[in-house]
Design a binder for this molecule. Sequence first.
Ligand SMILES: C[S@@+](CC[C@H](N)C(=O)[O-])C[C@H]1O[C@@H](n2cnc3c(N)ncnc32)[C@H](O)[C@@H]1O
Length: 88
Amino acid sequence: MGDITRLKKLFPEGYPKHPAVTGTSIARKLLGGTTKPNDKVVDPMCGLGSILVACIREKRHFWGCEINKEYYSFAREWVDKEIYGVTV
Ligand SMILES: C[S@@+](CC[C@H](N)C(=O)[O-])C[C@H]1O[C@@H](n2cnc3c(N)ncnc32)[C@H](O)[C@@H]1O
């Protein structure tokens, strides 16, 4: 629930409704227990990008894919904000 609240603050108007968001805090715990820094993580169904953002925070490389254009756009924007602090 905390992750959803943070998403709403980060994207107050553009937050798409997704039925199954993983959440970055859970993703970070999973990454910490299964991978090492600089490992490459593939998320072939990345949704809003929680796992990709968790990879950035946990210093993992990542590759993501998403079939839904709205979710994909959101994930790109979130990743850009996480890396650059702004949408690029
Ligand atoms: C369980 S959700 C992933 C949620 C993601 N971990 C997050 O936190 O936002 C699964 C995602 O897979 C996407 N998907 C389903 N079939 C796909 C396909 N063939 N290729 C890529 N993405 C697909 C769906 O649109 C959905 O966003």
